[in-house]
Write a protein that binds this ligand. Structure first.
Ligand SMILES: *Cc1c(COP(=O)(O)O)cnc(C)c1O
Length: 374
């Protein structure tokens, strides 16, 4: 539960009588939206966090085994690995910033561009960490709700919401928890219409979709375009905490001031080249997920469960009023799924990560049984 703004102390942190109280954080922190990762008891098949459900490339394990004591004793140097990533992606080395997951990238963007006088535009429902980090800056959070009928990107309304105070626009493409995507031209038009704002294209699920605006990072027409990619999803490295931003060199200069110099650790840096090089593994996994997504979607519609078109490695299911019982029953059948009912417009919706076809056949069996018992 978040404490109301201005509250001096929370009941669970109040000092016992006679003892000095801990200093209260600034009001903005007290008003911040909290994030509680529902990570406890994740036994079962983890279809709740959109991770790779199988494993990272075996080449990554080999790279980890080759890590030396000297690698561990030295402060990690991300520059050389950034250069390698830049080359892999076809952008200039100074345009790439490796981060401790995309979460840190979002944090750094918010710290760099937002304050109490600014606004962040968020088409919702969307990834929750934008709001968490933005709220820590005191910026006004302007949410633009998608039409729940199809969760299509509310493009016209996003354009209409741009003001001179708009400093950041976060566009998850494909979006989570809906799986819907926006068109490249829509992102670019938003960037042109909001030159006073950084426009983040968060391409966390890029591999399952295949469309990007990365090729325009650094282009003269789009100095405000910034692209995020993560190694947590398709690459299967969520535990290593590895993400990146690509932006024009001028913006990178500011972002590098704000980020912790050693936030990407030595193990992550040691593994990244191997992960990038094994394109065969990545391609195989992505194709497997896409095939499983089609199969699982077809089973949902056969069972009368509505899903939305997804360009990512998950599907949003319209379960209805019994969404809580559904999640519990799926868990009892060994399948973890994520209740998204509290997201704007998502009442009764549950998100399920798509893994391999074998895994999703087990999930289908659980789905059939659970739906019968609801
Ligand atoms: C999972 C996710 C992230 C976070 O990725 P990390 O690199 O693990 O921090 C960022 N954006 C979106 C849209 C996501 O779904």
């Amino acid at each position: 539960m978040s404490a109301p703004a201005g509250q001096q102390e929370r009941a669970d942190t109040a000092a016992p009588a006679g003892k000095p109280a801990a200093p209260a954080p600034r009001a903005i922190v007290q008003a911040m939206k909290e994030y509680h990762p529902p990570l406890g008891g994740r036994g079962g098949m983890r279809l709740d966090f959109n991770e790779n459900t199988l494993a990272c490339s075996p080449a990554v394990r080999a790279a980890l085994s080759a890590v030396t004591t000297s690698d561990l004793t030295r402060y990690p140097e991300r520059g050389p690995v950034e250069a390698l990533v830049a080359e892999h992606l076809g952008v200039a080395a100074e345009q790439v910033l490796l981060t401790n997951g995309v979460d840190e990238a979002i944090h750094v963007l918010c710290q760099c561009y937002l304050d109490e006088t600014s606004e962040i535009l968020l088409p919702v429902p969307t990834y929750s960490m934008y709001e968490v980090y933005a709220s820590a800056t005191g910026a006004k959070i302007v949410c633009i709700e998608a039409d729940a009928a199809d969760f299509a990107f509310p493009y016209e309304r996003v354009l209409a919401a741009i003001t001179p105070r708009t400093r950041l626009i976060a566009l998850a493409n494909p979006n989570s928890p809906t799986g819907t995507s926006m068109r490249r031209e829509q992102i670019l038009e938003i960037a042109r219409r909001a030159p006073q704002a950084m426009v983040l294209a968060d391409e966390a699920y890029f591999h399952f979709h295949g469309e990007t605006v990365l090729d325009l990072v650094g282009a003269a027409e789009y100095p405000n375009l910034v692209v995020a990619r993560t190694f947590s999803k398709a690459f299967g490295l969520a535990g290593l905490r590895l993400g990146m931003l690509a932006a024009a060199a001028e913006s990178m200069h500011w972002l590098r001031r704000v980020i912790s110099p050693y936030s990407v650790n030595a193990l992550a840096l040691a593994c990244l080249p191997a992960a990038l090089a094994d394109t065969a593994y990545l391609d195989w996994y992505v194709e497997e997920v896409k095939a499983a997504r089609a199969e699982f979607g077809a089973v949902c519609s056969e069972l009368g469960v509505r899903t939305w078109h997804s360009d990512a490695n998950f599907l949003l299911l319209a379960i209805g009023p019994k969404h809580r019982e559904f999640c519990r029953a799926m868990h009892a059948h060994g399948i973890l799924v994520r209740d998204r009912s509290n997201d704007p417009g998502c009442n009764g919706c549950v998100r399920i990560t798509v893994g391999t076809r074998d895994q999703m056949r087990a999930a289908q069996d659980a789905l059939r049984t659970v739906l019968q018992g609801l």
